[in-house]
Design a protein around this ligand. Structure first.
Ligand code: HPA
Length: 246
């Protein structure tokens, strides 16, 4: 992808040096989750960037280098981070986040593996200059995440999600439309990550824990302690999926 003549070559948000970001990268939205993942799941974790509090760490999992980098909330932030990670050498990007579930059979703490992310955001249409585009996860990461889930005894929901610019949606019943279209869940970053990865010929995927159940009755939020357990399982799954890639 052309970088544009006015754009700096060195990353100014992910302030790591070349060589400090692994080819395999987990992408949580929340900096505290990035720190938690590094401290609890990596060996030899070291902080490689903390610009704007967007913590990034590199360590080792099953003998191979791995990084975890905060994306922040929303597609504009995720797009900056994704672009800079790719410039720094990232090749396999796996978002680990939370989502609002639209499927009536979904329970809080359930796992979603995204195959595609409808770009209900402004970032992707800005990138494509308004040309309709279908951001998709890379098959290798969908495949690896699915088999990692099965190996861990989980039964994931696998299918399309929607990436929205809004957490607080003023639409009365957003699930009515999205569920009728077969969309499993809503989150806020995957469409931009998938799009930039496809443009730059690297692989991206997205695994999500259902933190909000969105139905005609309203929104039910997961308890923090339940979320913590579900996130632990999702992180192990994500690390196993990255490790299984060729
Ligand atoms: N909407 C958008 N993003 C989300 C939600 C939600 O309800 N829950 C977790 N991420």
């Amino acid at each position: 992808m052309p970088t544009g003549r006015s754009q700096p070559i060195s990353p100014v948000h992910v302030r790591a040096e070349p060589g400090e970001i692994a080819e395999n990268v987990l992408l949580p939205g929340d900096p505290r989750r990035a720190r938690y993942i590094a401290e609890n799941f990596f060996e030899d974790a070291r902080l490689v960037t903390e610009e704007r509090g967007m913590l990034g760490y590199t360590g080792v999992y099953r003998g191979r280098p791995v990084s975890v980098q905060t994306t922040g909330m929303g597609c504009p932030s995720a797009a900056i981070v994704t672009e800079e990670l790719i410039r720094l050498g990232a090749k396999n990007l796996l978002r680990v986040g939370t989502c609002g579930g639209y499927h009536p059979e979904m329970k809080l703490g359930d796992l979603v593996i995204a195959t595609a992310a409808t770009p209900a955001d402004g970032t992707v249409s800005t990138i494509t200059r308004g040309v309709p585009y279908a951001p998709a996860a890379h098959f290798d990461l969908v495949h690896a995440a699915y088999h990692a889930a099965k190996d861990l005894g989980r039964e994931p929901f696998v299918g399309s999600i929607v990436s929205s610019d809004l957490f607080y949606d003023s639409e009365e019943e957003p699930q009515a439309l999205w569920h009728s279209l077969g969309v499993l869940a809503v989150e806020m970053e995957a469409s931009a990550i998938f799009t930039l990865a496809a443009m730059r010929r690297v692989r991206a995927g997205c695994v999500l824990t259902v933190s909000d159940a969105i139905s005609a009755a309203g929104v039910e939020r997961i308890e923090d302690s339940v979320l913590a357990g579900a996130v632990d399982e999702m992180v192990i799954l994500a690390l196993e999926a990255l490790d299984a890639l060729n």
